[in-house]
Design a protein around this ligand. Structure first.
Ligand code: TYM
Length: 330
């Protein structure tokens, strides 16, 4: 089987952007690939985190991924910080990555602007750790949202360069970006990506939000002054985003949605999007409710999958250490 790797930061409760952009595809691809899914806690600390919150979010994240349909019998689901090969390979790759390449990363430029003068070196090196995550597992496919595309290109560049400089070492990974849901926008500022760390709680819908708050958030969603449900991402970014969300959940095309809501105005459509999303999330939430208290089951999964992830990743790490000339341990 070909290998699939992806990661998610436990920096808050996952949003429907995370779900449609990534998690949903992880679930649907997991029987065709040998899958590794990592809760990337080391990436989360590249920006300020409260230790208690981070620990809580990390624990809940695992249960939520299982509830969403990640099957621990098929996929290896683990915490990045439990497998030290991630940090080790990241350091080595840092020594084969140019500062110019990292300075061009748009996510770094965006995030560092928010950090003021004290930009953490970890934020700058973030994409190298991500490259290490992916390359450790000889990954063929990386299902991500649109915002990770540039990081994936850098990963490919780093891998190519390393392979050419030494000898073939890493598989060159391909991105998998869904045609709808790859960039779910904020409900309050539709020009901005929906993010779990947004200060405005009305801007995003969490996978654990209850039906009432989901519907309220969609009803409050910012739209243009028109009244026609029509897809036009340039001039009607708010309504187009809601249509994309609706389409991601139902599989309906924009044409079908336009026909169904023809002449009904925004109010009805917003209500319908809210209901569809609440229905999509309900079974996941029910399962989450059961799993969150089953500490024994979760611990068992972590133990087994961490062991697998360590074993597989150390093979690549050992190869890399040898190629760059480090003395091998006895
Ligand atoms: P993170 O934690 O920000 O997001 C996890 C996944 O969700 C996608 N995503 C979205 N998709 C659509 N619309 C949105 N509004 C939206 N917000 C987030 C992201 O594209 C991502 O696929 N750097 C990664 C984590 C990572 C990783 C990796 C991913 C670390 N190592 C190796 C793949 C492979 C990140 O910050 O994701």
């Amino acid at each position: 089987k070909k290998v699939l790797f992806s990661g998610i930061q436990p920096s808050g409760v996952f949003t429907i952007g995370n779900y449609f952009g990534a998690i949903k595809n992880w679930v649907s691809l997991q029987d065709q690939y040998r899958c590794f899914f990592s809760i990337v806690d080391l990436h989360a600390i590249t920006v300020p985190q409260s230790p208690q919150e981070l620990r809580k979010n990390s624990r809940n994240s695992l249960a939520l991924l299982l509830a969403a349909g990640i099957d621990p019998k098929m996929s290896t689901l683990y915490y990045q910080s439990h497998v030290s090969a991630h940090s080790e390979l990241a350091w080595i790759l840092n020594c084969y990555t140019n500062m110019g390449e990292l300075s061009r990363m748009t996510q770094f430029k965006d995030k560092s602007q928010k950090q003021g003068e004290n930009i953490r070196a970890g934020l700058y090196n973030y994409p190298v750790l991500m490259a290490a995550d992916i390359l450790l597992f000889q990954t063929n496919l990386v299902p991500v949202g649109q915002d990770q595309k540039q990081h994936l290109e850098l990963t490919r560049d780093i891998a190519h360069r390393f392979n050419n400089h030494f000898s073939p070492t890493f598989v060159i990974p391909e991105p998998y970006i869904p045609s709808t849901g790859a960039r779910v926008m904020s409900l309050q500022e539709p020009e901005k990506k929906m993010s779990k760390s947004d200060e405005n709680k009305n801007a995003f819908v969490c996978m654990t939000d209850d039906t009432d708050s989901i519907i309220k958030k969609f009803k409050r969603a910012v739209t243009d002054s028109g009244s026609e449900v029509r897809y036009d991402s340039l001039n009607k970014s708010g309504i187009s985003n809601l249509m994309e969300i609706y389409s991601s959940a139902t599989g309906d095309s924009y044409d079908e949605i336009e026909r169904r809501f023809n002449g009904q105005g925004y109010g009805n459509f917003k209500q319908a999007v809210g209901e569809v999303i609440a229905d999509t999330l309900k079974p996941i939430q029910k399962e989450y409710g059961k799993l969150i208290d089953d500490k024994g089951y979760i611990e068992e999964i972590i133990k087994e999958s961490t062991e697998i992830a360590r074993k597989v990743s150390y093979k690549t790490l050992a190869k890399v250490k040898k190629k760059v000339g480090l003395v091998l341990p006895i």
